[in-house]
Design a protein around this ligand. Structure first.
Ligand SMILES: O=C(O)CCC(=O)C(=O)O
Length: 250
């Protein structure tokens, strides 16, 4: 799928953009295989990659030990795994990212969210709440579906237009400090949009767009690669994040 000016118009208005069928089965084969290897044996991840478990971020301790041990996510595969590094430079992905934020880009951060069967919800948040990249509009997240994402398995949900309000103050739950809950006060947002997509699709979202996903109510995994691109010159307020950029491209 080639970049079209109408995509940028939609993205600027709504703060997200669904592009279906960007990647072929062949283009996803390597990352799917590596993902499954890491799910089966988290110790097989290269040094430097962090692997998170369901139990790290959920307060419900009544779940089984196996459910809490299931891999929930990773960080830094692009930085340390050659297959993911090549994937993050897929020309079709880069063309779309450059169309949205400009010609010179880098992968600021990378992660996966791998909802296992029964996997937990991700509450509403803004990526910029974590990353604090300046300028604020220079961060775009590419959420890449390795499996079909459905309402049943926890597809992405977006609040259209919410990126226009900047970065909100946050509250955190002491039990689950990983979740940054934005304090949005009396703002009347447009209605949330659910975005089921076929595998190989990409949903782009602005760093300030409010988004979330629900519990995976199916018996199969919902795997997604999440690449946070910025302009080459963008910098975070957090020096430690600038020191750990996933991949310089331009
Ligand atoms: O994959 C999910 O369920 C949530 C992903 C997310 O919050 C993000 O891409 O920022």
């Amino acid at each position: 799928m080639r970049f079209q000016a109408s995509m940028k118009t939609f993205f600027d208005d709504n703060g997200y953009l669904v592009v279906e069928h960007v990647l072929t089965e062949e283009e996803m084969a390597g990352v799917r295989r590596r993902t499954d290897e890491i799910i089966a044996d988290p110790d097989s991840a290269p040094p430097g990659v962090s692997v998170g478990r369901e139990g790290d971020t959920i307060a419900d301790k009544s779940r089984t030990e196996a459910a809490n041990r299931a891999v929930r996510g990773t960080a830094f595969l692009v930085r340390f795994d050659p297959i993911f590094r090549a994937f993050a430079q897929n020309p079709n992905i880069l063309e779309l990212v450059r169309g949205l934020i400009g010609p010179r880009i880098k992968v600021f951060r990378d992660q996966m969210l791998l909802k296992p069967p029964g996997g937990q919800a991700k509450p509403v948040h803004q990526d910029q709440s974590y990353f604090r990249v300046r300028p604020e509009g220079d961060l775009v997240t590419a959420w890449i579906a390795l499996d079909p994402a459905t309402e049943e398995n926890g597809c992405m949900r977006y609040v259209p237009g919410s990126h226009k309000y900047g970065i909100f103050e946050i509250e955190t739950d002491p039990e689950k400090p990983v979740h940054h809950i934005p304090v949005t006060g009396a703002i009347q947002f447009r209605e949330e949009v659910r975005c089921p997509v076929p595998a190989g699709s990409i949903i782009f979202h602005h760093g300030c767009t409010l988004h979330s996903s629900e519990v995976n109510r199916t018996n199969t995994w919902r795997r997604a690669v999440i690449l946070h691109y910025t302009t080459a010159s963008a910098r975070s307020d957090h020096a430690s994040l600038n020191a750990e950029v996933s991949l310089e491209i331009d």
